[in-house]
Ligand binder design. Sequence first.
Ligand SMILES: [Zn+2]
Length: 226
Amino acid sequence: MLRRLMLLTLASFIFIEWGPLSWEREKFGIAAGDPFVKEIVLTFDDGPRETGMQEILAVLDSYDVKATFFVVGKFADRFSNVTLMLKNSGQELANHTFTHPRLYEDYTEHIMLQIKRCDDVLEGLGIRRTRFLRPPGGHFNMKIFNAMRRMNSKLGLWSLNTADYTGRPAFEIENIVLWGARPGTIILMHTGMSETVKALPKIIEGMKKRGYEFVRLEDLWNGGRT
Ligand SMILES: [Zn+2]
């Protein structure tokens, strides 16, 4: 009886933990990686910007860390030199729409256009089409899913929000990550935040000391660095 119960528990654990989750991942996207692999992702939203990007890139490069930048298409176009700098440093560029609208209020066709125009800018700069879309604010609904399905995009969400956009000091951002990150955590940060740049070295050093590796979202999706 006990053995049968244990087997049943094990089977339901495997089904709940792996079955629907992997099915949902293929269908919808990703909000965290493998909870048993010490890989984490730094994601930076809302760039590129004219200033502040070089500082982020200098820190990442000095530690040989690759991250994922969810770019706004019109900024990627306007500051194309910065976009290319990111690409040349091996950073991943992913889709954060063309103008950063409230996507959930839009029509499916307009949502598709927002995705496509951002992709077009990146492709025009020789950057491979990303599979990931992060809707502004992380809000999504069925219209967004429908548009994504037709554009063959997947959601790229996060599991740890540093809320650096609130203007909180660097030590708070550091603590949120150092206390909150687990294997597979996807961390939300923003470009153009000086406190975020200040927090980065301690975050990277602290997590590396604990045996974590920083990977891009695409690497996490593929189950390891590519
Ligand atoms: Zn945003």
